[in-house]
Design a protein. Structure first.
Length: 473
């Protein structure tokens, strides 16, 4: 009985580690945690026999250590019976969740004060700076737009930016403290959100003069609650501008009237689909890039860009317009555009194992990005074209409709879809979707069949182990 009881405690410890991992990938946010449970199913999260280990981070240690001590003390003093042992074994996911949730909340207290201090330090540094702040947000494309704008401006001006995808209030504050220098002229900040009010808080830190909205889709819709809330959240950036503010806005956004109502700022519209303040024409997709003519006011800039899809150019247009408006010449901008590369893990071309070709779009996944990746596959001559995905998270009530669009797209493009998401397989009528139980099974299968005749698109997040197994380093 004693050993059976100890086994039950070990199961509980392992499940606790798995739940700490799940909280970690959801940024220790209860709204994202419960959204994940709702989407994946309670049993799939709590009773999944596969154990994921959390990263070696201080907060994870502070969550796990008191739980471990509690369970060790409990196991030492408790006198188990068959019934109590079975109850512990059966309810270990529930007990593990309650313990983990308690210490996630408890560790949230010092985290709150730490964040507050860092944000205040960043605000003080900004108050003493003469830099002009540029804020970029959108459902997708904001990181690429930020990096492209930085690459264009950096040779003429002293420019700084937020690091990687650090787009929360604390991420922005840390980047400001690290990257804002005394001689910085322009600071480019990426602002993200999961609910209303978060972009407003981030904008209060950087106080941008220039605002860009790249696109609006249905990413994280389940957290926002509605498309209206999502749009209003993005609008918070525009409402944060001072009287001399300027806006650069994607003309192709469906909800433009909601975004622009009650605003009194000059707006520069950009588009890849129609004429706007800045737009493209004479586009041509080549095997090694795209040629376009970018038209802005009385200027025309023909250029060849090392990008895979015309949709990536959409993120480039506000960067070009801002560069012009800040005083750069056509020659200066054109020279910098020649050096533009796809942001890593965002529709970037790589060599795969066994001579295969990989399009790496693994940074994250959204409906428009997914469809763009499928369209991009049409450009290549490999007879076997595969897109792999674990699904798109936090789509809420629009998930089924979004998946239907993707499945229809793979049918038309002749692309096979390999996935661990059952909903994709459920919608497949043409036997073009292959379902795998877990990521490792999918990775093993790919390693056995990839060759020089295969184009593989990695759509959305996978583990580093999976990525390294199929991309030739």
């Amino acid at each position: 009985m004693k050993y059976f009881f100890l086994a039950a405690i070990i199961v509980l410890v392992l499940k606790t580690l798995d739940l700490i991992y799940f909280f970690q990938i959801k940024e220790y946010r209860f709204d994202r945690f419960f959204s994940g449970i709702k989407e994946q199913g309670t049993s799939a999260v709590l009773y999944n026999p596969v154990i994921h280990l959390p990263a070696k981070k201080l907060r994870n240690f502070l969550i796990f250590l008191p739980i471990l001590i509690f369970l060790v003390v409990f196991a030492y003093f408790f006198r188990p019976s068959i019934l109590t042992t079975l109850i512990i074994l059966m309810l270990s996911p529930i007990i593990g969740f309650l313990l983990t949730a308690f210490f996630v909340s408890l560790t949230g207290i010092p985290v709150y004060f730490y964040r507050k201090k860092i944000i205040n330090d960043a605000k003080k540094k900004i108050a003493g700076s003469k830099a002009v702040f540029i804020g970029i947000t959108g459902s997708y494309g904001k990181t690429s737009a930020k990096e492209m704008l930085y690459d264009i401006l950096k040779n003429k001006y002293k420019v700084a930016k937020t690091d990687a995808n650090m787009n929360s209030d604390i991420g922005i504050a840390l980047s400001v403290i690290k990257n804002l220098k005394d001689d910085t002229q322009y600071f480019i900040a990426e602002l993200g959100a999961y609910k209303r009010g978060e972009i407003k808080k981030a904008a209060e830190i950087v106080r941008p003069t220039i605002a860009v909205i790249t696109a609006i889709g249905n990413q994280h819709l389940s957290l926002f609650g509605s498309k209206k809330n999502l749009v209003l959240a993005k609008k918070e950036l525009l409402l944060s501008l001072p009287k001399n503010g300027r806006i650069y806005l994607n003309k192709d956004i469906d909800s433009l009237p909601d975004l622009t109502s009650n605003l009194n700022y000059p707006i520069c519209y950009f588009s890849i689909n129609s004429k706007a303040d800045i737009y493209v024409k004479d586009t041509k997709t080549l095997s090694d890039g795209i040629t376009v003519k970018i038209v802005y006011k009385d200027k025309a800039l023909p250029v060849k860009i090392d990008l895979l899809s015309i949709r990536q150019v959409s993120n480039l247009l506000p960067a070009v317009a801002i560069a012009y408006d800040l005083g750069m010449t056509t020659e200066e901008i054109g020279g910098q555009l020649l050096q533009i590369k796809p942001t890593d893990n965002r529709l970037s071309l790589k060599k795969g194992i066994n001579g295969s070709l990989i399009i790496d779009d693994s940074y994250n996944s959204n409906i428009e990005g997914f469809k763009t990746a499928i369209e991009t596959a049409r450009q290549y001559t490999q007879p076997v074209k595969i897109i792999v995905t674990k699904g798109i998270i936090e789509l809420g009530q629009e998930k089924s409709e979004s998946y239907e669009q993707i499945v229809d797209k793979i049918y038309k493009a002749g692309v096979k879809l390999y996935t661990t998401d059952r909903l994709f397989k459920k919608m497949d009528k043409n036997n073009q979707v292959l379902l795998f139980k877990k990521e490792k099974d999918l990775g093993d299968y790919l390693c056995s069949m990839l060759d020089q005749h295969t184009l593989l698109i990695i759509e959305g997040k996978f583990t580093q182990q999976f990525i390294k197994s199929i991309i030739k380093l």
